[in-house]
Design a protein around this ligand. Structure first.
Ligand code: ATP
Ligand code: MG
Length: 572
């Protein structure tokens, strides 16, 4: 492709609206153009990277025995009513109405549709296992679309769905996909981790997320430095201490703490640390509330609470609401409360012997509390998030390290949720009807491209992993008006093309300095540079984008050299 004939306009300045690197660089390289909030046109240069990721995904899924199909993006509401999600999915579901006022949605995911396909097509256990996938545009009306392709409203996803005869067979399908995902992200040239993740409120299921490691990631991941345990912080287990024994209990002492409401204020006022205090939180539940108690220095694991109590969202009880119930926000403690309030206590709290807690009255706290003795705990469960530096919950030898990650994919064992609600059954070898056991598997194609940039860039621009680079080589003709140079450039272009190398031939009349900067920004793994002066000596220059290494090479050898260099970079 000739640069002069291509639709590709780069920007010198970083657009102000972009805060993360991938968004900035995608805008500067003209890969994407915003049409509306979270909705982008994939411009030709950007689309090439997207297609590369798609190709790797297809090859690996086909290899794993999955079968591609393409389902409609517009889906009838009835199907979603059958699964119960028309009501449950909330505002992220874009609901639309046709001319007859029939309700539809634009698919954010396809469990309903694929289950409908399979319940109509599959009859016998002999037709299972089955794994169907598609690569398609999804729409989710995200509350805060941001960071360009990282969290769009319209985005491209690969979604796959497995159907099996039983739980064991479903596990096998799951791990097959797990391995396929590992190969996909390896082939994309990304540094990633599969991590144990929160499966939300669906019982009996489990899930892994695949995270690309990058400092801008929205998720926190903890991984062991000794074994291969890694988990999203939402899901990470902790090693719990034993509860303190009642013998250690002293008589608590009430103290005045006027105006001291937050843990930090109370700790400072009483000359203790946050670790010595107990934090008491009130969380809304249908008609009542939960009273949660965790150590003052800890962070509440919201996902764990939502899953344990089946809460679609976690909402704190407001100050006025609490007061209306006779509670004293800022001075709460799970002691002597109305017994109808469910008190849930973190095990770590029960190991404390001399805790500072609220006194359930204005401007007063209590010192020297032994929660194992003095608290009314109805339930004990881990309420806190794990932190870096803790002992690994799996091997109990290593230490947890913290990373930021971008979730590019997820594998999810669904179990019977959709096959039961939508009636996807098969006849077993006894002729008995059984529900199919399902798994679902997503990869954010467009997010993967963004994550690749987050992980592979420097101050000059993108550094594409060779496998997903829109073009492998930038051919920079510094003297396009010189016939000899142009002829040499043309012959290199076609020779590289014959070897399967994709080349963007910069034949424009821009200054050399501009061309170098532009090629760096666009991130081609390799630049081949031709100018009158070096060509007179029979030489061309080869530059490696990542290392900035430059070599002068004889014209006749430059195609081989470029191909070899690409192979070293992982190009297949
Ligand atoms: P998130 O927690 O980031 O909102 P999710 O867990 O809801 O994502 P899934 O339903 O697991 O997403 O979708 C499968 C994949 O689709 C995700 O792993 C992610 O890579 C991608 N994805 C999800 N939402 C978006 C989005 N708004 N923009 C771009 N990609 C997305
Ligand atoms: Mg997910």
């Amino acid at each position: 492709m000739r640069r002069s004939r291509y639709l590709l306009n780069t920007l010198k300045e970083t657009p102000k609206e972009a805060v993360v690197v991938s968004h900035q660089l995608m805008l500067r390289t003209g890969m994407i153009k915003q049409l509306a909030s979270g909705i982008y046109t994939y411009m030709p240069f950007g689309l090439r990277a997207i297609r590369k990721v798609e190709r790797i995904v297809r090859e690996e899924l086909d290899r794993a025995g999955c079968i591609e199909l393409l389902m409609p993006s517009v889906q009838p509401a009835e199907l979603w009513e059958e699964s119960g999600r028309w009501k449950d999915y909330g505002k992220e579901l874009l609901r639309i109405y046709d001319r007859k006022d029939n309700a539809f949605c634009y698919g954010p995911t396809h469990e309903e549709v694929v289950t409908d396909v399979v319940r109509r097509e599959v009859r016998s256990y002999k037709e299972l296992p089955l794994n169907l996938y598609q690569i398609q545009t999804k729409f989710r009306d995200e509350m805060r679309p941001r960071f360009g392709l990282m969290r769009g409203r319209e985005f491209i996803m690969k979604d796959a769905y497995s159907f099996d005869v039983d739980d064991t067979a479903c596990d096998a399908s799951y791990w097959l996909m797990f391995d396929a995902y590992k190969r996909i992200f390896e082939r994309c040239g990304l540094e990633f981790r599969p991590v144990e993740a929160d499966s939300g409120a669906i019982g009996g299921s489990f899930t892994h997320e695949f995270h690309v490691l990058a400092s801008s990631g929205e998720d926190q991941i903890l991984s062991c430095n000794h074994c291969d345990y890694a988990a999203n912080v939402e899901r990470c287990e902790v090693v719990e201490p034993s509860p303190s024994s009642p013998e250690t209990a002293n008589e608590p002492i009430k103290v005045a703490t006027p105006g001291q409401k937050t843990i930090e204020q109370v700790a400072e006022f009483l000359g203790v640390t946050a670790k010595d205090c107990v934090k008491t939180l009130l969380v809304k539940r249908d008609s009542d509330m939960l009273v949660l108690a965790l150590r003052g220095d800890r962070t509440l694991n919201e996902a764990a609470v939502k899953a344990a109590f089946n809460l679609p969202v976690l909402e704190m009880v407001g100050e006025d609401e609490a007061r209306a119930l006779g509670l004293v926000p800022g001075y709460l403690a799970p002691m002597g409360l109305d017994p109808s309030l469910k008190v849930v206590v973190d095990p770590e709290v029960l190991a404390m012997t001399e805790a500072v807690v609220g006194a359930n009255e204005e401007d007063r706290h209590v010192k020297g509390v032994c929660p194992a003795v003095h608290f009314d705990a109805h339930q004990v469960m881990t309420l806190r998030e794990a932190e870096a530096g803790e002992t690994c919950p799996r091997c109990r030898e290593g230490i947890l390290e913290s990373w930021r990650g971008i979730e590019v994919g997820q594998v999810f064992k669904l179990g019977l949720k959709y096959s039961t609600s939508l009636g996807a059954t098969y006849l077993d070898d006894q002729g008995k009807s059984q529900p199919m056991v399902m798994g679902c598997y997503g990869i954010g194609i467009t997010r993967t491209v963004a994550a690749a940039i987050e992980q592979n860039h420097d101050e000059n621009g993108i550094i594409w992993p060779a496998q997903i680079a829109p073009f492998h080589v930038a051919l920079l003709n510094l003297d396009p008006e010189d016939e000899q140079v142009s002829a040499a450039a043309d012959s290199i272009y076609s020779a590289l093309g014959k070897r399967g190398v994709e080349v963007l031939h910069d034949d424009s009349t821009e200054r050399p300095g501009f061309k170098f900067k532009d090629a760096d920004l666009l991130g081609f793994p390799i630049q081949v540079v031709l100018g009158k002066r070096s060509l007179n000596q029979g030489l061309v220059d080869l530059k490696m984008r990542r290392t900035n290494e430059k070599r002068s090479i004889a014209l006749a050898e430059c195609v081989d050299a470029a191909v070899d260099a690409l192979r070293e970079l992982g190009w297949e």
